[in-house]
Design a protein around this ligand. Structure first.
Ligand code: ATP
Ligand code: MG
Length: 574
């Protein structure tokens, strides 16, 4: 490609809403342009990188036995009503009507469509297992689109769906995708980690997120410094400390204390001069319309996902004042487990506490020296809190550490969530009707590109790893008006094209400094400079963008040298 003919509008200014480096560099390097909030166009340079990611994804998906399909983006409401998600999906689902007033949505994901597709054509066990995937546009009306294409509203996703006859098959399909994802992100040249994740609203029991390590990542993750355990913050487990024997002698008499208007842990702690770790916090949740009290040590935070999963609730939120008043007989801020009339569940953190403070279920009062078993009973202890710095690894007891990441992919075991409600069934060997077992597997294509930039840049611009680079080498003649130089550059360019090298030829009539800056900004892995001084010795200069390593190479060897470099870099990740 000739630079002079390419639509590659690099810019110096960055828009004020570009908070993260990948967003800034994608604008500056002429890769993307915003159409409207959360909706972007890819320009030629950006789209070439997209195609690189897509190609790697296709190769690995095909290798894993998945077959490519292409489903519609506009989806009829009926299918979503059938799965029950029309009501539940909320405002991220963009709903629309056609001229006949029929309702549709723009697909944020394709479980409904694929389940419908498969149930209509797959009738017997002989047609299973099946894994179908597509690379296609999704629309999610995100509350806060930001970070450019990293969290946008319209984006391209690779989504795959597996259908199996039994649990063992479904497990195998899941593992195949898990391996394929590891291959994909490794080939993309990313530093990443698969982490255990909650399966959220999509359902199912088993799930991993693929996190690209980045300080700017929106997601917090936890990993063990000793073993391979890694999980996202929602999922990260805290193990039970085990119940210790508490002697009745050590229990002090319970007393009611006046705590006027002291509602928060901080207020009560300061007022009564007790540490937060000696207070039991009681939170009233509304779980599918019913109140439930959750007890936790004052200095910890409740993990609502764990509470929701424990209660097997469809909807969970903190109770409103009315529900709290009804459940405790007191306004917000004075709830406690003693004599409470609602269901109580307790986090492991309170299991061995003694003589603690808690709300009295009475306005402006707390209780002191409260003790488990003597003053109230807890039937269920569970892991209900957010993991913290000093916790131990749930697998090996090692030290837990925290990191930030960008979720680029997600693999889920769906079980029969969709196949059951939407009746995706098949006949087994004995002619018995059985429900198919599903899995779903997504990769954000644009987000992967942005995440790659977050890991590969410097003060001058992007530094593409070879597998995702839009071009592998840029030829930069220092002065295009010097016939010697331009002829030599042109000759090398033609030779590289003939040898199928992905080359961009900066044939613009610009100062060398401008060309060097642009080459650094767009991040081409190799820059080849044609200048008078080296030309007299029949040599050109080859510079590696990543390491700034610089070599003089004979003109007749340059194409081979570039090819060698590229093939080495590609195979390294393969
Ligand atoms: P997030 O928690 O970041 O919103 P998600 O859990 O909603 O992601 P999935 O439903 O698992 O995402 O979608 C699969 C993949 O699609 C994600 O791993 C991510 O790479 C990509 N993706 C999801 N939402 C967006 C978005 N708004 N913009 C760009 N890519 C996205
Ligand atoms: Mg989301």
């Amino acid at each position: 490609m000739r630079y002079s003919q390419m639509h590659l509008p690099t810019v110096r200014e960055i828009p004020s809403d570009a908070e993260v480096i990948s967003h800034q560099l994608m604008i500056k390097a002429g890769m993307i342009r915003k159409l409207t909030s959360g909706i972007y166009s890819y320009l030629p340079m950006g789209y070439r990188v997209i195609r690189k990611v897509e190609q790697i994804v296709r190769e690995e998906m095909n290798k894993a036995g998945a077959q490519e399909v292409y489903m519609p983006m506009v989806q009829p409401a009926e299918l979503w009503q059938e799965s029950g998600r029309w009501e539940h999906y909320g405002k991220e689902l963009l709903r629309l009507r056609d001229r006949h007033e029929r309702e549709y949505c723009l697909g944020p994901t394709h479980e409904e469509v694929i389940t419908d597709l498969v149930r209509n054509d797959v009738k017997t066990y002989r047609q299973l297992p099946l894994n179908l995937y597509q690379i296609q546009t999704k629309f999610r009306d995100e509350v806060r689109p930001r970070f450019g294409v990293m969290r946008c509203r319209e984006f391209s996703m690779k989504d795959a769906y597996s259908f199996d006859a039994d649990e063992a098959g479904a497990q195998k399909s899941y593992e195949k995708m898990f391996t394929a994802y590891n291959n994909i992100f490794r080939r993309c040249g990313l530093r990443f980690r698969p982490v255990e994740a909650d399966s959220g609203s999509i359902g199912g029991k088993y799930s991993h997120e693929f996190m690209v390590m980045a300080e700017t990542g929106e997601d917090a993750m936890v990993f063990c410094e000793k073993c391979s355990y890694a999980a996202n913050l929602e999922k990260a487990e805290v193990v039970s400390p085990g119940k210790k024997e508490i002697t009745a002698k050590s229990m002090l008499p319970m007393e009611e204390v006046h705590t006027p208007n002291m509602r928060t842990i901080e207020e009560v702690s300061a007022f009564l001069n007790v540490k937060p770790e000696n207070i039991v916090k009681t939170l009233i949740f509304n779980a599918d319309g019913k109140p439930c009290a959750v007890l936790i040590r004052g200095d910890h935070e409740v993990n609502e996902v764990k509470v929701k999963n424990h209660l097997e609730a469809d909807e969970l939120e903190l109770a409103d004042d009315e529900m709290i008043a009804k459940a405790t007989g007191a306004p917000r801020g004075f709830a406690g487990a003693v004599n409470i009339k609602v269901r109580v569940i307790a986090d492991y953190s309170i299991m061995n506490m003694t003589n603690f403070v808690t709300g009295a279920n009475k306005e402006d009062y707390h209780l002191k020296n409260v003790n488990l078993d003597r003053d109230f009973e807890v039937k269920v202890f569970a892991d209900l809190r957010i993991v913290e710095k000093n916790d131990n690894c749930p697998r090996c007891g090692g030290k837990i550490n925290f990191a930030r990441g960008i979720e680029v992919g997600h693999v889920f075991k769906l079980g029969t969530k969709y196949s059951k409600t939407m009746k995706a069934v098949y006949l087994d060997k004995d002619g018995q009707e059985k429900t198919m077992i599903m899995g779903c597997y997504g990769i954000g294509i644009g987000r992967t590109v942005a995440a790659c930039i977050e890991q590969n840049y410097d003060e001058y611009g992007i530094i593409w790893p070879v597998p995702l680079a839009p071009f592998h080498v840029i030829i930069t003649p220092v002065n295009i008006n010097d016939k010697n130089i331009s002829d030599a550059a042109e000759k090398i360019y033609r030779q590289m094209l003939a040898e199928k090298v992905e080359v961009i030829f900066d044939d613009r009539d610009e100062r060398a400094g401008v060309k060097f800056n642009d080459a650094d900004l767009i991040g081409i892995p190799l820059r080849m400079v044609v200048g008078q001084k080296n030309l007299v010795q029949n040599k050109v200069e080859l510079k590696v963008r990543k390491t700034a390593e610089n070599k003089l190479i004979d003109i007749d060897k340059i194409t081979d040298e570039v090819k060698k470099y590229v093939s080495h870099a590609l195979n390294e990740k393969n």
